[in-house]
Design a binder for this molecule. Structure first.
Ligand code: ZN
Length: 306
């Protein structure tokens, strides 16, 4: 909770800076009463001449020329984003053209009205599109704290129509999410590999109980979404039955040797293939990759029963 409050406070400070940038700091002191903007429903100062979010005008004495300049700046930032998101442009270009015409005639209120329409339409569309994008990541919130935190921040920035900060945080969120889904994929692949290896081990009469216990531990860790830790545990799943595998491999290789000699003697081509597989198995054994050792034993045994 405390952290959330800090985020809120930072957010408030940042939005104050934005207002300072817009040159209206005297209208928006934090001590003032707030009320809801009737156009965009953000909380704004009671004494504000215009809404700092949607730029709706509350006081006709506002400096329209300044508002036009501000809106142009905002649109310059917004239009490329809208393009990227394939937001339909509707009448945006027309409004900008009209605004220029009125501004040239020094009819700033009419110029402002067109720019405001263009801006309000675009910002609403972009925020809506980003909300949909963000929602896709809601499902990943349970995966880890960092994701949850970034999601909360991103959605806060979006509520404030603070696109600059939203884009930064959303980028971090997407990166984190793809890292996590990579870990999840890797974990599932590894789990399948290890479980397959254990099935092979059982075919060779190896007692796999100790290894299965390790796999269960890895599954528990994965249930807590700690996939990279679970992968590390799986990497060592076969270590407790290394001696058993070695024994089984020893007696199996005796059989293999007999078969190879017999095959060579009768001129069968399979001897060559078996020898190649044994060589590969040896490399994995030297590396300590017990999963691959078992896979190779399985391959050799299949080759021999052909
Ligand atoms: Zn507003």
């Amino acid at each position: 909770m405390a952290e959330e409050n800090i985020d809120e406070i930072i957010q408030e400070i940042l939005s104050e800076e934005k207002k300072v940038d817009e040159g209206k700091e005297e209208d928006l002191l934090p001590s003032e009463e707030l009320y809801e903007c009737p156009v965009c429903h953000h909380q704004v100062s009671e004494e504000a001449q215009f809404c700092p979010y949607c730029f709706a005008v509350f006081d006709e004495n506002v400096d329209y020329k300044m508002l036009i300049e501000t809106l142009i700046k905002k649109l310059k930032f917004l239009v490329p984003i809208a393009n990227q998101l394939n937001v339909p442009k509707e009448n945006v270009n027309l409004h900008i053209k009209e605004a220029k015409k009125y501004a040239a005639k020094e009819d700033y209120p009419s110029g402002y009205a067109h720019l405001h329409d263009a801006y309000f339409y675009l910002i609403k569309s972009v925020v809506e599109r980003f909300s949909q994008e963000l929602e896709k990541y809601e499902i990943m919130m349970g995966m880890n704290n960092e994701i949850r935190e970034l999601y909360g921040k991103a959605s806060g920035y979006l509520d404030e129509w603070d696109l600059e900060n939203f884009i930064t945080v959303f980028g971090q969120l997407k990166e984190k999410a793809s890292e996590l889904s990579k870990d999840l994929r890797e974990y599932l692949e590894k789990l399948e590999e290890v479980e397959n290896a254990l099935a092979i081990a059982r075919k060779f009469g190896i007692d796999t109980n100790k290894a299965s216990n390790v796999v269960d531990t890895a599954k528990d860790i994965a249930d807590d979404k700690k996939y990279s830790d679970a992968i590390k545990v799986l990497d060592e799943a076969l270590t407790p039955i290394k001696d058993e595998i070695e024994n089984a491999m020893g007696s199996f290789l005796t059989l293999v040797k007999e078969e190879v000699m017999r095959a060579t003697y009768s001129g069968k081509g399979s001897a060559k293939k078996i020898i190649r597989l044994v060589r590969e198995m040896k490399i994995y054994w030297d590396e300590g990759n017990l999963v691959k050792v078992l896979e190779k034993m399985d391959e050799i045994s299949k080759e021999m029963s052909k």
